[in-house]
Design a protein around this ligand. Structure first.
Ligand code: SDX
Length: 435
């Protein structure tokens, strides 16, 4: 743990003269933390924070978010600069290794990824066990988890060489596995990765090409896809990253941990929101129907949420949403789509919500998922593949956070406690004596 205490808080229990001091530890930027590790051993009490809204579960140097200012930094670099000037594999190197690579380092990193884009031929068999209409998130969750069955020679999580090769294998193979899940749903042949293509270009190639004819990926769409991957790469200790960290803290292999992350990302409150936004826009149907929909959202009993809006951390605009909206216009222009009804509807919905007291008072702004679905749909990617794409990108963040945790000398198994409000101890009642 870096940093010396910059203060403390003294805790005593009513009726006890035993007081303990909890040190206040500073970060480089952002909120300091009260180190509560001696609270239970010395006072026998836990802290209580369902949903971990105010709890730092770890120390990290990878990503910083300022939710009030709408700031997102990866190793200190602002997301808007990375989205404009970097590439996904360069950001992957930055997240994994802590620095932007020089030319030789980037070339070596890209080569290392490219050497692992193919999967074991036997892995193809796993797809046949799924129905053709299986949700692709179910497919990639199963197939990524199965990867660990193919690498018995390099699953020692305490071996840095094994950790490195596993990171490359996951970053390289998840796009192949994801694209094959799409091909499987179509009943089309799998397309093998091509090492003469860039990372995002290769993914779009495997998604859209067929063996029967040559396929050229539109460079503007490849660049847009690369930027979308950058925007989804990592995001501090979000639910799926925390899932990967907790699974990894037990010593589980990285393939199993990333499969757990995929499962966690699938939820509509998290990575599944991009798919939910498209469904929401389709249900609203027209600008005229927006006021009724907004009224439903405000009605607590409706259980209806404005998907793609709100965030546990951002109480301002998600900086990724702004870049995503810009990218949306670029892609629609490139595709010659003059007025996309979905985009028009989304822009009107955003305009109304941003002027509505309900959303203003609750600090609900568009998040990364609000526009991403519109771009992906315009690129011909089916709604069911939106969260899969999120998983392709977030695999880099998951494995970077997993690596950081595994290299932390203080790392130990994660084991949250609880506030127990169930029955005190009571004796068993025989069946014939129960009421
Ligand atoms: C991602 O954590 C990350 O970093 C995630 C992510 C990443 O990159 O990993 O950024 C990716 O998951 C983005 C979020 C995608 N999800 C959605 O768009 C789904 C819709 N949004 C929500 O369900 C909600 O905003 C959450 C889940 C994102 C955040 O929920 P919180 O922080 O637990 O907030 P909350 O549910 O406690 O809501 C606070 C209040 C509540 O009202 P009150 O009970 O105080 O009266 O705001 C309301 C909520 O009802 N609210 C919404 C709303 N989101 C919150 N009301 C309507 N529509 C919404 N979208």
């Amino acid at each position: 743990m870096s940093g010396t205490a910059i203060g403390s808080v003294t805790v005593t229990l009513n009726g006890s003269d035993h007081a303990i001091k909890l040190p206040l530890l500073p970060g480089t930027i952002g909120p300091s933390v009260f180190d509560i590790r001696k609270l239970y051993p010395e006072l026998g009490v836990f802290t209580y924070d369902p949903g971990y809204g105010g709890t730092a579960a770890c120390e990290s140097k990878i990503t910083y978010i300022d939710g009030d200012e709408g700031i997102l930094l990866h190793r200190g670099y602002p997301i808007d600069q990375l989205a404009e000037k970097s590439t996904f594999l360069e950001v992957a190197h930055l997240l994994l290794n802590g620095e932007l690579p020089n030319e030789a380092e980037l070339a070596a990193f890209e080569r290392d990824v490219l050497l692992h884009t193919m999967v074991h031929e036997q892995l193809r068999q796993f797809y046949n066990g799924f129905r053709r209409d299986a949700h692709p998130m179910a497919v990639i969750c199963g197939v990524v988890g199965a990867l660990s069955a193919f690498y018995h020679d390099s699953l020692d999580v305490n071996n840095p060489v094994h950790r490195r090769i596993s990171a490359f294998r996951l970053i390289a193979k998840v796009p192949t596995i994801a694209a094959w899940a799409y091909k499987y749903s179509l009943g089309q042949p799998f397309m093998y990765p091509r090492n003469d293509l860039g990372y995002a270009e290769n993914f779009l190639y495997m998604m859209n090409a067929v063996p029967a004819e040559p396929y050229h990926v539109n460079p503007v769409l490849a660049r847009a896809m690369d930027r979308i991957l950058i925007l989804h790469a990592d995001h501090e200790q979000n639910a799926s990253t925390s899932t990967v960290r907790l699974a990894g803290s037990t010593g589980a292999n990285p393939f199993a941990c990333v499969a757990a992350g995929i499962a966690s990302l699938w939820g509509p409150a998290h990575g599944g929101a991009n798919e939910a936004v498209l469904k929401m826009l389709a249900e609203i149907g027209s600008k005229e129907a927006i006021p009724d929909f907004i009224a439903k959202v405000k009605d607590k009993n409706s259980n209806v949420r404005l998907m793609g809006f709100g965030h546990r951390v951002y109480k301002n605009y998600d900086p990724r949403a702004k870049i995503m909206e810009r990218t949306c216009h670029e892609v629609l222009d490139e595709l010659g789509i003059k007025d996309d009804p979905l985009l028009d509807l989304a822009l009107e919905l955003e305009r109304i919500a941003l002027h509505d007291e309900y959303f203003i008072s609750k600090k609900l702004y568009p998040n990364v998922d609000f526009y991403s679905g519109i771009i992906l749909k315009a690129m011909g990617i089916p709604t069911s593949m939106f969260t899969v794409l999120f998983a392709v990108a977030r695999t880099v963040g998951w494995i970077s956070q997993w690596k950081e945790m595994m290299e932390d000398p203080l790392q130990r198994i994660g084991r949250p406690r609880q506030l127990y409000t169930g029955h005190p101890q009571r004796d068993y009642v025989a069946l014939d004596e129960r009421g």
